[in-house]
Design a protein around this ligand. Structure first.
Ligand code: SF4
Length: 276
């Protein structure tokens, strides 16, 4: 499958020990079966196999392998390839369409939030390679039909209307709807607000293909935008770092809280249906 990403996606690198809001704290860390076997072979400790295998967090919900200098002891001992899927993948999210997958960066990661919100240009999606059915990149470049890897994010914008002859009608319709929503960001005077809105649309709309909650997702996107920009307006510190920090915190508290996010989507979905 083709892998499509925002043009800034490949600039992301985890800042590990320099991260002030490490994703190694405050989250449950489930371990996939292949990694579990690897961890067993290597004698990695602090794993519970009760229910879904996971790391047994230390006090304060901290990963047992996070060192006091912010580095991961597992990476230090065995290299990056040792990581389980969830650790290797964070903060990425994916959207799946017929014939291609999209990958983006999540706002709850402070490094990703800085990259997303500081982007000067409107969101541009480019092809960065090929991926497997889970959306994990397996090669860079343009695949069998040739071409160079778009490592700088400078390639032509991806348009399924031109490159996907079998793009289903319902997906083409949703793609067009998303394009029209993204135009709203182009009209915004504040580039940071524009990048936030684009992020929310890119991240949350496409899943309507799978859950059918289109109105709920649009309601959630608009609500999230109003909430974060409202928090920005009330902030005494208007520096970029402060605004990115507010957005990151909202993301961690609401967007990455599946229960909270689902309840909001459900609320907007129901109110759209009762008002018809
Ligand atoms: S939040 Fe982002 S930058 Fe920080 S440790 Fe996690 S992936 Fe790295």
């Amino acid at each position: 499958m083709k892998l499509i990403a925002s043009s800034y996606y490949q600039r992301f690198r985890c800042i590990a020990g320099k991260c002030r809001h490490s994703c190694c704290k405050g989250w449950e860390i489930d371990i996939d079966p292949v990694s579990l076997e690897r961890f067993k072979r290597l004698g990695v400790g602090s794993i519970s196999e009760e229910g879904t295998p996971h790391f047994i967090l230390r006090e304060g919900d901290v990963c047992p392998h996070l060192r006091s200098d912010g580095l991961c002891q597992l990476i230090c001992d065995h290299g990056e390839d040792v990581l389980c899927d969830i650790c290797r993948d964070h903060p990425r999210f994916r959207n799946f369409w017929t014939g291609f997958a999209e990958v983006g960066l999540g706002l709850s990661c402070e490094e990703a939030a800085g990259i997303i919100l500081s982007e000067k240009e409107p969101l541009r999606l480019v092809r960065i390679g090929l991926c497997d059915e889970d959306g994990v990149q397996i090669s860079a470049g343009l695949g069998q039909d040739g071409g160079l890897s778009d490592v700088e994010g400078g390639g032509p914008a991806f348009d399924p209307a031109e490159s996907e002859p079998d793009f289903p009608e319902d997906e083409a319709w949703l793609w067009e709807l998303r394009e029209s929503m993204l135009l709203k960001a182009v009209m915004m005077k504040d580039p940071v607000a524009a990048r936030l809105y684009e992020y929310l649309v890119f991240r949350h709309l496409a899943d309507a293909l799978y859950d059918g909650r289109l109105e709920g997702r649009i309601g959630f996107i608009e609500h999230a935008f109003e909430t974060v920009t409202g928090l920005w307006s009330g902030s005494p510190d208007q520096s970029f770092e402060a605004l990115a920090g507010i957005a990151r915190h909202w993301s961690e508290e609401t967007e990455y809280n599946e229960e909270k996010k689902d309840a909001l989507i459900e609320r907007f979905e129901s109110s759209a249906h009762t008002s018809v």
